[in-house]
Design a protein around this ligand. Structure first.
Ligand SMILES: Cc1ncc(COP(=O)(O)O)c(C=O)c1O
Length: 367
């Protein structure tokens, strides 16, 4: 079976000495290598503060907490569930927005009509690694005095109008899980140019402890990152440009071989953006194609290639979000269609071209 993802990790020999040093020192969590990792990311992304955490999900929960989000927050329904989960953990009501045709990012033209007296923030997502319309989002946030918390899980290494992700809005949160371009095996990064927020988040990462460690200033999480994860994250992050270049080349190859297949479209990447190429998703319109997305999914699985219906179901259609289903069902047409048509194909930074060609051959066979 061709796997849908494989984490691209540096050779074990590249981390062995550091692992041994940490193992023997006893300083195994949030110490020297976490600091080095945070510093390296801050310098590369040109952002003042980076706080490494245990996952993007815990980072989003802490980000929403540090921003004191309340009432309602607007987010796309076409995203991974963790975006909304972070709000629910903060007792905030998610308000689902439709997606933009082509990029499948949050549709900025549909945000203003969702703003009410209760809205405290907008939470956009880098869909498949493509930045949303950052300038328009910052404008709306400023106009209505809203916070801007980016779920940048898939966006580490992306740029918008030449500016690297990391310093947009109030806070950005990245994922370092095995499915991401840069992985620390598990982990996340919170970035912000606001020092006060950063200090607060550093406390929140460690239960909310006071500076002397005796008292609790806040109700935080246990969301520290271990030194071992930081070493892996640092070593992989040093290769971020190469990892992205490899993925974009693979995506180019996929597109070259699939572009004339009837019923298939690709995510549009605007000229203003550089994508991380985190996912290669095709959209299969069953009115035009010879098979539906679900039939293609089954054919691929039966013939040795793992694919993923992605993102599917749209958040407001998921069991955990059942109470929102009736309110939104049928009202977010672009997102709902995308969720029914999107199929992620195998993609990882060290994927061999022969596997890409095999996947393309299978898709052409079924379509
Ligand atoms: C858009 C989005 N948000 C959040 C997450 C959660 O990241 P993590 O697994 O690091 O918690 C993911 C992971 O796939 C994601 O794709």
């Amino acid at each position: 079976m061709i796997p849908i993802i494989r984490p691209t990790l540096v050779d074990f020999s590249d981390v062995e000495a550091e692992f041994k040093e940490v193992w023997e020192s006893g300083q195994v969590t949030v110490s020297k290598y976490t600091a080095l990792f945070e510093k390296k990311v801050a310098k590369t992304l040109k952002v003042k503060n980076v706080i490494a955490v245990s996952s993007c999900t815990s980072g989003l929960i802490l980000g929403a907490k540090a921003l004191a989000l309340k009432g309602e927050v607007i987010l796309p329904t076409f995203t991974f569930a963790a975006t909304a989960h972070a709000l629910i953990w903060n007792n905030v009501t998610p308000v689902f927005c439709d997606s933009e045709k082509g990029t499948y990012n949050i549709d900025v033209k549909k945000i203003e009509s969702l703003i009410t007296k209760k809205t405290s923030a907008i939470m956009p997502v880098y869909i498949f690694g493509v930045p949303p319309k950052i300038d328009a989002l910052e404008k709306i946030a400023a106009k209505y005095n809203l916070k801007l918390l980016f779920d940048s899980a898939q966006g580490l290494g992306a740029t918008f109008k030449g500016v690297p992700s990391g310093g947009f809005g109030d806070i950005e949160v990245f994922s370092l899980s095995p499915t991401k371009v840069v992985s620390s095996i598990e982990g996340g990064l919170i970035t912000t140019n606001n020092d006060e927020l950063a200090n607060n988040i550093r406390q929140l990462r460690d239960y909310g402890k006071s500076a002397d460690g005796e008292d609790m200033d806040h109700v935080g999480l246990s969301a520290r990152i271990s030194e071992f994860h930081s070493i892996v994250g640092l070593k992989n992050f040093q290769k971020v440009r190469q990892l992205i270049r490899n993925r974009l080349n693979i995506i180019k190859l996929y597109k070259k071989h699939l572009k004339n297949t009837r019923g298939i479209t690709f995510q549009h990447v605007p000229d203003t953006c550089k994508s991380t190429g985190n996912y290669m998703v095709i959209f299969i319109d069953e009115r035009k194609a010879k098979a539906s997305r679900d039939e293609v999914y089954k054919y691929m699985s039966d013939n040795g290639a793992q694919t993923k219906k992605y993102f599917y179901p749209a958040l407001h259609m998921q069991t955990a979000y059942m109470k929102y289903r009736k309110k939104y069902s049928g009202k977010l047409p672009v997102a709902e269609k995308a969720a029914l048509e999107g199929l992620a194909l195998p993609l990882y930074s060290h994927m061999d071209n022969s596997l890409v060609l095999k996947v393309c051959r299978l898709i052409k066979e079924v379509l």
